[in-house]
Design a protein around this ligand. Structure first.
Ligand code: KDG
Length: 358
């Protein structure tokens, strides 16, 4: 079934397949904004290879396709982007290293594994820092975020734009989870949870009494299928579009961290482009990132409902239950906030408060 619907999916997604049990494969998605602007003068032809971790039906892929379309149309086909989904070229860590060596042109990782290049990005890994999507978007569009992108200069990576990975939710194959005690397991063992390759995420799950194991995203499905790990955490859209529900019976709406993505290019590729092409790439990155946030928003609740329809038992948490998780992970804040930078976190919190007052 997966192969069939993947191959029939089109950009703004025809919704339903007639395969007996018809299931919508994408929510009602906004069309990509019209591509406007003059054709950029001929500065030669380039083929850009972009590797991503997620599937063809993900907001990340669909918006990358829009990025490719902008470059194609505005250069009369001289800038071509080929997208390789599903971690087929490597995971986030490997693909960022490939950008540095110039063996890959573009990738689109979560911020969490990119903290090895720009440690300040770890602010996004602090649990419950960004309470609403509106606040998260305001932070991603702020000067604070721009200076994080600029901080990549000289690493071999040109960071172009932030977009949304989203609110991360717990899934597992062992039991329903409504409290930190369910994660730790009182009479049974703590859940074995795959985390991204990032020390704050590791600390979150250790603090909750789980057995966290950092692992590349591309290895995750088979690790869950084979029972190497009980569960993982990712936005609903990723859980759905990567078919994790096939090997995970339980989901919990924990919203414990909002992680962004960063669209990035190899500095070698960037330096090889004429300034007019660089300006276009930067503009297209911003436009496609904005579109990605729109798509991710449209996918979020819809994906949760789809997962329920496909048999995942999803536990919604009320405010009190969320507060219990928040309280349980307070030691992570206490340990990491000074290391990441109290001033930076205060700046982010000020932006969050402004959005709450608007
Ligand atoms: O393309 C992005 C993915 O590789 C990855 O960042 C997804 O959030 C993710 C994870 O859990 O690894």
């Amino acid at each position: 079934m997966t192969a069939i619907w993947r191959s029939t999916l089109t950009l703004a997604g025809a919704a339903t397949l007639s395969l007996g049990i018809a299931q919508a494969q994408t929510p009602d998605l906004s069309d990509p904004p019209a591509i406007e602007g003059d054709t950029v003068a001929d500065h030669g032809s380039h083929t850009i290879r972009m590797g991503i971790g997620l599937a063809e039906s993900s907001p990340q892929y669909l918006s990358s396709q829009y990025f490719a379309d902008i470059l194609d149309q505005r250069t009369d086909g001289r800038l071509t982007v080929n997208i390789f989904p599903n971690s087929q070229l490597g995971d986030d860590v490997q693909m960022m290293e490939m950008l540095q060596t110039g063996t890959l042109d573009m990738t689109y990782p979560s911020t969490s594994p990119a903290t090895t290049y720009v440690p300040e990005l770890a602010a996004f890994d602090l649990p419950f820092l960004l309470p609403t999507r509106e606040a998260a978007v305001a932070v991603m569009q702020s000067d604070v975020a721009q200076s994080m992108l600029d901080a990549f200069d000289g690493t071999g990576i040109k960071a172009l734009a932030f977009s949304e990975n989203g609110y991360r939710q717990l899934s597992n194959s062992a039991r329903p989870v409504a409290s930190p005690e369910d994660v730790a397991g009182l009479d049974v063992s703590g859940l074995t949870i795959r985390t991204m390759e990032n020390p704050v995420h590791l600390a979150i799950w250790q603090t909750l009494g789980a057995n966290p194991t950092p692992m590349a995203f591309g290895e995750l499905f088979s690790a869950m299928e084979q029972g190497v790990v009980d569960g993982q955490e990712n936005p609903w859209s990723t859980i759905l579009t990567s078919n994790f529900h096939e090997v995970q019976d339980y989901g919990s709406e924990t919203r414990h961290v909002y992680t962004p993505f960063i669209l990035m290019m190899s500095e070698r590729t960037w330096d090889g482009l004429a300034p007019e092409y660089q300006a276009l790439v930067q503009e297209a990155a911003r436009q496609s990132a904005e579109y990605e946030i729109q798509l991710a928003t449209e996918y979020d609740d819809w994906s949760r409902e789809q997962l329920e329809e496909r048999g995942m038992q999803i536990t919604r948490l009320d405010d009190e239950q969320i507060a219990a998780f928040q309280e349980a992970v307070q030691p992570v804040y206490d340990e990491w906030a000074p290391r990441i930078g109290e001033d930076l976190i205060a700046e982010i919190q000020a932006i969050v408060e402004e959005t709450a007052n608007d």
